[in-house]
Design a protein around this ligand. Structure first.
Ligand code: COA
Length: 367
């Protein structure tokens, strides 16, 4: 039997910080209201030359270094995102090319803020089945590109960032223990971004109607979130045959401190058992759980052997939870060069384009 261990982790956030005070100059809001109602103080905003793939590549390189792997050791890349760079090709393929992960299959997964839990579970299942040995699982978002900066009910909430985990097969028990995934499409209208898809392809009218912005019914999403967080946590513990007392840390989706407080009350757990960093990044959707985890590891909060639960909810509606035993870094077995691979990957990508062009001249015509 193979187990899927989390052996690498990394995060990347843009340098540019947007504080609540900055926002109060853009819309009618203020720092006190935002902090009291959401817990958020500031968020990161991608610069013009930062994209979902570039943040993901930064986070992935760090994760590969921790896991002691080169990009071409990876069998599968799953990129969870609600802000892909294009409808297609998949952002995962852009990441594959930028990293030089020459052996990896790559695809995007769309399950909004629950996406990282879905993606980790999919990768762990592929490892457990024996079909792959290693996977790179990424949550990345540039939500600032889809926020209506005139809508104070949404623009205060979201931020940009990426987190990445490496999963590796091992005979040793541990790693991802179990997961639950849920959806309820009847609530799809509560949180959506409708423009640019096949129902509303971009036209003057869709732009005029603001269909390319995030729309949300905050109250309903809040009610839904507080209902499902505790339930999904109990459910995943049951499937993993664990008790709440066995769990060292809960890593919740970082949407609103009041939602986390409500979950803590329902679970009868003190807030100290939750990893929270939303005050500095806001809601980075699918990236929020890995970013919170990476910070917890770097602070020394997570120790090898700790059992943890990640729990999230989001558009779709989707929700889910994943229980894992934290493995910690494996002892380095060899020297790896992920960053050098990345530099070579640029040349490789240019070379492949040239080859394709030349092949097209000689063999590309169908007569
Ligand atoms: N600044 C100041 N006032 C604001 C404001 C802002 N940014 N946004 C709304 N208000 C006002 C409202 O107009 C309302 O005024 P009124 O009483 O005069 O009508 C008042 O504040 C209360 O608004 P309300 O919408 O009831 O606030 P709330 O406490 O429900 O908080 C959210 C709003 C959006 C923060 C909250 O509903 C929420 O977090 N929902 C979940 C969102 C979420 O997590 N989405 C992502 C899911 S992955």
């Amino acid at each position: 039997m193979q187990y899927a261990h989390i052996t690498g982790w990394g995060m990347a956030v843009p340098e540019s910080v947007l504080t609540n005070d900055d926002l109060s100059k853009m819309v009618e809001t203020n720092d006190a209201w935002i902090r009291e109602r959401t817990g958020i103080r500031e968020r990161r905003i991608a610069r013009e030359n930062e994209f979902s793939s570039t943040l993901a590549v930064d986070a992935s390189l760090k994760a590969l270094e921790v896991a002691n792997l080169n990009p071409n050791d990876i069998d599968l890349i799953i990129c969870s995102t609600s802000t892909p760079e294009y409808i297609f090709p998949a952002t995962a393929c852009l990441i594959q090319d930028q990293l030089g992960a020459t052996r990896a299959g790559a695809f995007d997964l769309s399950a909004a803020c629950t996406g990282f839990i879905y993606a980790l579970n999919m990768a762990a299942q592929a490892i457990r089945s024996g079909s792959i040995k290693s996977a790179l699982v990424i949550g990345t978002e540039t939500l600032s590109r889809f926020v209506n900066w005139k809508d104070r009910s949404t623009c205060i909430l979201f931020g940009d960032g990426a987190g990445a985990f490496v999963l590796q097969a091992s005979d040793n028990p541990g790693g991802v223990l179990s997961a639950v995934m849920h959806s309820d499409g009847s609530g799809g209208d509560l949180l959506s971004l409708q423009g640019g898809g096949s129902r509303y392809p971009a036209t003057e009218e869709t732009v005029h109607d603001g269909k390319h912005f995030i729309r949300m019914n905050g109250h309903e999403v809040f009610r839904f979130a507080t209902r499902v967080m505790a339930h999904a946590t109990h459910e995943v513990l049951e499937t993993a045959d664990l008790l709440l007392e066995d769990i060292r840390w809960i890593i919740p989706h970082q949407a609103n401190i009041r939602i986390i407080e409500a979950a803590a009350r329902k679970l009868k757990l003190p807030m100290e058992r939750f990893v929270i960093n939303l005050e500095r990044y806001g809601n980075t959707s699918t990236a929020s759980i890995p970013i919170a985890m990476v910070e917890a590891v770097e602070k020394g909060q997570l120790k090898p052997g700790d059992k943890i639960v990640m729990v999230g909810f989001g558009a779709g509606l989707t929700w889910g939870a994943l229980a894992a035993e934290w493995t910690g870094p494996l002892p380095p077995s060899r020297k790896v060069y992920p960053r050098q691979y990345q530099a070579a990957a640029r040349l490789r990508s240019i070379w492949l384009r040239i080859v394709r062009f030349v092949e097209g001249i000689f063999w590309g015509r169908y007569e």
